[in-house]
Design a protein around this ligand. Structure first.
Ligand SMILES: Cc1cc2nc3c(=O)[nH]c(=O)nc-3n(C[C@H](O)[C@H](O)[C@H](O)COP(=O)(O)OP(=O)(O)OC[C@H]3O[C@@H](n4cnc5c(N)ncnc54)[C@H](O)[C@@H]3O)c2cc1C
Ligand code: SF4
Length: 632
């Protein structure tokens, strides 16, 4: 790199996740010389390096297969000494305990509360393999919350502006889906459009949910609470499109259906950005600089970005090895909705941009959103055979838009195919250990009246009992729309990482609007469980930091949430430079050669997982850069 210090690249990109990889590939195909600065370690030459790390990990969490190491010698790695740290789901624990969410020596994010921000992200494209692969389009009204429902803000673009870009993104990611099934709530496709692959079949669990909800019409007074235009008498269970091969696609194999998609698909049947990143490098125009952390975006005297400074390191916790900078005509920050505002806020240019770069609106870092994920689980009276297929194949999407959005947050329902795998902390292991050792961590082996207490079984009795229990486990989750709230924000902490750079500080809460969405989700859970004749086992620990209480239908109810991993909103897009950070092409209002890409630019969060929309917007921005910034 030192030899190239004076080189002026066409485009410098910070971050090699979905957004960075897709843009680099498009620009590389357009014969632009591109450099990517990536904070994380490089992609290993053999993908099995990730798999080996996952197999040997004591805790099988989304971050397990990837670097940096989650554990240090004394527990969780100390984020003060890790060079390019990241949050982990293990650091959203109760105060005073393991993974205390407020302890800067355990949690990378400095959390100011009042509630924990529970989502995580990873480093380098391979790390983004942790995703599930769900690839839903937004519904048209998701772009028009202000004009349709008087809430928050409209996007400066509409569904029709993204329709063809969604198609391009689906081709690049390799999405399996069914057009007829996805044509609902105003979602349209270009004439003759087909998903790149046929849909993955509904699981046996999906079929049971559908049968339970829709064999007999629902009574209107049962669904009145949803606040739809008319109370629905059917609630369709629809397949969920996913970047997962239902047949061989672009030299990758078809899904083998063994439910390990988060954190890693061992056979890469699920798309991850290493695929596009390798294609980008193969264009011959894209150079990749790993373990290279962008530390300051420099603004020249003409108001354009003139360079990006970086720090290079050799090992996760070792000393820095090199500092330098890259110069380019165009700069793209694709560092996700926490690290992008962090970098912009760190870039003070000796006080010339004291509020940070691209921040004359004071909107950088504000309006942080997730889809707080409310999870419930139970035992079905019939065998529904979970632990087969991808983690999720279907859901309930039809309840995510309607007049109720004037009053409360929308939600979408996921139907899990992984039994109680993550909700009890690692089934099938937890339940097996319960019945071998006479314990009851799963709740399935309660103390009987016999003096022997919990059952401890072996041989055929053990196998029969486990088969009988595992085949009836059910889990669902509600992705709740979150209010863009300026006080939910990323700022800079007084605590540094191993490179001496300030770590992200997070203020986070749930608004009344969002909490009303939780209340309706809880009622929907009751309806679903009643129709499915489930025995509920949902448990919320008393010291769970995300726990909160509501009175629902005259009864006190405890609710909680986990992070969906959908970090959004901190550099919002809009037409008004006073109210937004980037324009409709994700170009900074303040600096015309700077683009900020990824879900940080989402003005509102909808209920669909964000990555397909990130990908569609990234492809649109790449075209804009090629057409506008390099016009002869
Ligand atoms: C468990 C889990 C499951 C998920 N499942 C789904 C799903 O099914 N569907 C869906 O749509 N979404 C899903 N998501 C969300 C999805 O992973 C994100 O939307 C996506 O990763 C965002 O892509 P990105 O490119 O914007 O950011 P990232 O993937 O976070 O990439 C940002 C990159 O920038 C690098 N970077 C950051 N700062 C710097 C710096 N200063 N210098 C250099 N490099 C830097 C990072 O190291 C990283 O490689 C899931 C997330 C999680 C955690
Ligand atoms: S079910 Fe298995 S093969 Fe299919 S995408 Fe998930 S991890 Fe990969």
């Amino acid at each position: 790199m030192a030899a190239e210090a004076d080189k002026v690249w066409d485009v410098a990109i910070v971050g090699s996740g979905f957004a960075g990889a897709l843009i680099a590939h498009e620009l590389g195909k357009g014969r632009k010389n591109v450099i990517i600065l990536e904070a994380g370690a490089g992609i290993p030459p053999n993908f099995n390096a990730y798999i080996r790390r996952f197999y040997s990990a004591a805790a099988k969490v989304p971050e397990s297969p990837y670097t940096p190491e989650i554990f240090g010698p004394d527990g969780l790695s100390d984020p003060n000494i890790v060079n390019a740290g990241r949050p982990t789901v293990l650091s959203v624990g109760p105060k005073g305990g393991f993974g205390d969410w407020t302890d800067p020596k355990q949690a990378y994010l400095i959390q100011k509360g009042p509630r924990p921000f529970a989502s995580t992200y990873d480093r380098i494209a391979g790390g983004t393999s942790h995703w599930l692969g769900t690839c839903l389009r937004f519904v048209p009204n998701d772009f028009k919350m202000k004009s349709q429902y008087g809430q928050f803000a409209d996007w400066p673009i509409e569904y029709k502006d993204l329709n063809s870009w969604y198609g391009e993104a689906e081709a690049e990611l390799g999405v399996s889906g069914d057009v007829d099934e996805q044509t609902y709530l105003g979602v349209e496709f270009s004439p003759g459009y087909k998903y790149p692959m046929r849909k993955i079949p509904n699981s046996t669990t999906d079929q049971y949910v559908d049968k339970s909800l829709n064999t007999d019409p629902l009574a209107e007074d049962e669904t009145q609470f949803l606040g739809m235009r008319t109370p629905p008498t059917t609630i369709p269970v629809r397949g969920v499109p996913a970047a997962r091969n239902s047949e061989p696609y672009r030299n990758r194999r078809a899904c083998a259906g063994n439910t390990n998609c988060i954190p890693i698909c061992p056979i890469q049947a699920k798309y991850d950005p290493t695929i596009t990143l390798n294609d980008a490098r193969n264009t011959g125009f894209v150079k990749f600089a790993e373990r290279t952390v962008a530390s300051e975006v420099v603004v020249g005297q003409n108001g354009l970005i003139s360079e990006i400074k970086f720090i290079r390191y050799k090992t996760d916790t070792g000393q820095r090895s090199e500092s330098g900078s890259v110069k380019a005509r165009v700069y793209v920050i694709a560092a996700n909705a926490i690290e992008t505002p962090r970098l912009l806020l760190m870039s003070k240019n000796g006080g010339r941009t004291a509020r940070g770069v691209a921040n004359t609106s004071d909107m950088v870092g504000r309006n942080l959103m997730d889809h707080p994920y409310y999870v419930a689980w139970g035992m079905s009276p019939e065998q529904i055979y979970p632990y087969r297929g991808p983690l999720i194949t279907s859901g309930i999407g039809d309840l995510c838009d309607g007049p109720f959005r004037r009053e409360r947050a929308a939600f979408r329902v996921d139907i899990g195919n992984e039994g109680w795998n993550f909700v009890v902390g690692g089934d099938p292991n937890v339940t097996t250990l319960d019945f071998v050792n006479g314990l009851n961590r799963s709740g399935l082996n309660p103390r009987s009246n016999s003096p022997l207490g919990n059952e401890a079984l072996f041989g055929k009795q053990l196998a029969d009992r486990l088969n009988e229990k595992f085949t009836r486990q059910f889990r669902c989750g509600f992705l709740i729309e979150q209010t863009p709230d300026p006080d939910n924000r990323v700022t800079l902490a007084d605590f540094n990482d191993g490179l001496g750079l300030p770590r992200p500080q997070i203020s986070y809460n749930l608004s009344d609007y969002t909490r009303r969405g939780f209340i309706t989700a809880h009622r929907m859970k009751d309806l679903l469980f009643r129709k499915m004749r489930l025995t509920e086992f949902t448990r919320i620990d008393p010291d769970d930091p995300s726990r909160f209480e509501e009175e629902i239908d005259g009864k006190p109810v405890s609710l909680n949430y986990i992070g969906a991993g959908h970090v959004m909103g901190t550099c919002r897009m809009g037409d008004d430079p006073k109210q937004s950070v980037v324009d409709k092409f994700q170009r900074s209002h303040d600096h015309k050669n700077l683009y900020l890409v990824g879900s940080s630019t989402f003005p509102t969060g909808a209920t669909a997982n964000p990555t397909l929309t990130i990908a569609a917007l990234s492809l649109r921005t790449a075209k804009h850069i090629l057409d506008n910034d390099f016009r002869r």
